[in-house]
Design a protein around this ligand. Structure first.
Ligand code: UDP
Length: 478
C-alpha cells in the first residue's frame, strides 16, 4: 500500500465515519471495510450503529484503539417492530428500509453535529474525512451532505444487482413494470435490457408494492450517484462489465474492493448470533468435498411444510449435510430446532447429518470437506462460496437474491436454481446432481477457477489491492 501524505509530506491521520444498514449482510461487509481501512494505518474509524440489531461490541476488536461506536436512534427497534412485526422474506423489506431512514434521520443529524463539533474544538481524535454510508441509508447521506461531509456509498450487493436497479426506471417507462399479472409466462419474460435476467428476477418481493420498491431503489441509485464513489464488495474478474456500467451510468467511480472477507479480520466479531464452532470438528471427520452445507442467511424464512420437505429431501439424498436452522427460520417459530424436525429424521440421518442454529460460515465454506452449498443466494453467501470454490444450489427469496442466483447459474455457471414448490424428490435430485454427478463436478471446477482469480486480485498488485490504494488516496484527499 502507498500511504497518502499531507502537503509537507508527513502522514496525517484521518477519521472515517461509517454507517451500516443494521442487518447481518450489511453490518459484516461494512465492518470488514473498516478493518481494511484501519489496517492501512492512516485511519481511525467511527461506526454509527442504529439501535436495532446491534452486534456485541465486546466481541469486536473495536475494543482496540482506533474504533469508536456511536449508537443512533434509541427506540428505533420498538418503532420498527410496531409497523413491521415480521422479518424476512414475507415482510416488506423495502418499506422497512424507508421507515428506518425516517426514524434515524433526526437523531443522526444531532449526533453528527456533535461529532463534527468535537473535531472543530480540536479534540485529540483525528478530523473526520468522510462518511461511508450503506447505499440504503440515503437520508443519512443527505444529512452528511448538508453538514459538508463528503460521502462514499457502500453497496453490499453485487455490481450486477446495482446495474439491474439502475435499469428499473427504464422498465417503468417502457411499461414492463409495474407488473400486470403474476402469470408465470409474464414472470419468465427475458429482460432484453438485462440479460440473463427475467422479469421475476427484478421483482424485489411479493409483499412490497411497486411504489415502495421504486422509491427504495431510486434512493439507492441516488445514494450512489451523489457520492464521491460507489464501493462494491466484488472483484474485477467477476463483474468487470457491470462495474464499468455503474461507473459510466452513474458518472462516479466504482471501487471493487472485494472479496472483503478475504482481506479483513474474521467475521465472528460482527456476527449477531453466536456461531456454533463444534461443526468444524464434525467436518474434520468427513471425506473431502462430500458434505452439503445448507444455510439461508439471516433473514430468509420458510413455512413448516417447506422445512419438512427439506428435512426429508436431505435425509433421502444419503449425502452428509450440515444444516443451519436459525431461531426464526420457520415463520412465526422461535422453537428449539429439535422440536421442528420430523419424527424419524434423526434416526434416518444419524452420523451423516448435523443441524446447528448458526455456523461460522466462512470457515465452513473454506473447509475441505464441504462440496456444495444450498443457499438463499444472499450476496455475501454467494461471494463467500465463489471465493472458496464451492458450487451452489440456489433458492432465492427476495431483494437481490434472484439476481445473484441467475448470475450463478447463467453467467458464472457455478450452480443452479431450485425453482417451484419445494418438494423432497426435487431436493434429493438436486443434491445428487451437485455432489455426485458430472454436471456438479463441472460447476465445482468453474467455482475453483473463480476462487483462484479472487486469490490473485487480493495479492499485492492485484486489482482489489490497487483499488483499495486508490480509495485510500481519495479519502486522504478529502
Ligand atoms: N452467516 C453465518 N452463519 C450462518 C449463516 C450465515 O455466519 O449460519 C453469515 C454469512 O457468512 C454471511 C451473512 O451471514 O456473511 C449473510 O449474508 P448474506 O448476504 O448471504 O444474506 P442475508 O443474511 O443478508 O440475507
Amino acid at each position: 500500500f502507498s500511504p497518502a501524505s499531507d502537503g509537507d509530506g508527513r502522514k496525517s491521520r484521518r477519521r472515517v465515519l461509517m454507517f451500516p444498514l443494521p442487518f447481518q449482510g450489511h453490518i459484516t461487509p461494512m465492518l470488514q471495510l473498516a478493518d481494511v481501512l484501519r489496517s492501512h494505518g492512516e485511519f481511525d474509524v467511527t461506526i454509527f450503529q442504529a439501535a436495532v440489531n446491534e452486534p456485541d461490541r465486546a466481541r469486536h476488536p473495536a475494543a482496540a484503539a482506533g474504533y469508536r461506536f456511536v449508537t443512533v436512534g434509541a427506540g428505533v427497534a420498538a418503532a420498527l417492530a410496531e409497523t413491521f412485526p415480521n422479518r424476512g422474506a414475507n415482510s416488506d423489506f423495502a418499506g422497512m428500509i424507508l421507515r428506518m431512514n425516517e426514524l434515524l434521520r433526526a437523531p443522526f443529524e444531532d449526533i453528527l453535529r456533535e461529532v463534527l463539533a468535537e473535531d472543530a474544538a480540536g479534540d485529540d481524535a483525528p478530523a473526520a474525512a468522510c462518511l461511508v454510508v450503506d447505499s440504503n441509508l440515503r437520508w443519512m447521506q443527505e444529512v452528511a451532505e448538508r453538514l459538508g461531509v463528503p460521502t462514499l456509498s457502500l453497496r453490499t450487493g453485487g455490481a450486477a444487482c446495482l446495474v439491474a436497479y439502475m435499469t428499473i426506471p427504464e422498465l417503468c417507462d417502457k411499461g414492463v413494470l409495474p407488473l400486470q399479472s403474476r402469470d408465470p409466462l409474464q414472470l419468465d419474460m427475458p429482460l432484453t435490457e438485462l440479460p440473463p435476467l427475467r422479469l421475476r428476477d427484478v421483482l424485489f418481493s411479493a409483499t412490497t408494492t411497486h411504489d415502495t420498491m421504486a422509491t427504495c431503489l431510486e434512493r439507492i441509485i441516488e445514494s450512489s450517484r451523489r457520492s464521491s464513489g460507489v464501493i462494491v464488495n466484488t472483484f474485477d474478474d467477476l463483474e468487470n462489465s457491470d462495474l464499468q456500467k455503474i461507473a459510466n451510468g452513474l458518472g462516479v467511480p466504482a471501487y471493487a474492493v472485494g472479496p472483503l472477507h478475504k482481506i479483513s479480520a474474521g467475521m465472528e466479531s460482527s456476527s449477531l448470533l453466536a456461531q456454533d464452532r463444534s461443526c468444524l470438528e464434525w467436518l474434520d471427520k468427513q471425506e473431502t468435498e462430500s458434505v452439503l452445507y445448507v444455510s439461508f442467511g439471516s433473514l430468509a424464512s420458510m413455512d413448516p411444510e417447506e422445512l419438512l420437505e427439506t428435512a426429508w429431501g436431505l435425509a433421502n439424498s444419503k449425502t452428509p449435510f450440515l444444516w443451519v436452522i436459525r431461531p426464526n427460520l420457520v415463520h412465526g417459530s422461535l422453537q428449539q430446532v429439535s422440536c421442528l424436525l420430523p419424527d424419524g429424521f434423526e434416526e434416518a440421518t444419524r452420523g451423516r447429518g448435523t443441524v446447528i442454529s448458526w455456523a461460522p460460515q466462512q470457515d465452513v465454506l473454506r473447509h475441505r470437506a464441504v462440496g456444495g452449498f444450498w443457499t438463499h443466494s444472499g450476496w455475501n453467501s454467494t461471494l463467500e462460496s465463489i471465493c472458496d470454490g464451492v458450487p451452489m444450489i440456489c433458492r432465492p427469496q427476495f431483494a437481490d437474491q434472484m439476481i445473484n442466483a441467475r448470475y450463478v447459474q447463467e453467467v458464472w455457471e457455478v450452480g443452479f436454481e431450485l425453482e417451484g414448490k419445494l418438494e423432497r424428490g426435487m431436493i434429493e435430485r438436486a443434491v445428487t446432481k451437485l455432489l455426485r454427478e458430472e454436471e456438479g463436478r463441472e460447476m465445482r471446477q468453474k467455482a475453483k477457477d473463480l476462487k483462484n482469480k479472487a486469490a490473485v486480485c487480493i495479492e499485492e498488485g492485484g486489482s482489489t489491492r490497487n483499488t483499495i490504494n486508490m480509495l485510500v488516496n481519495l479519502i486522504m484527499s478529502f
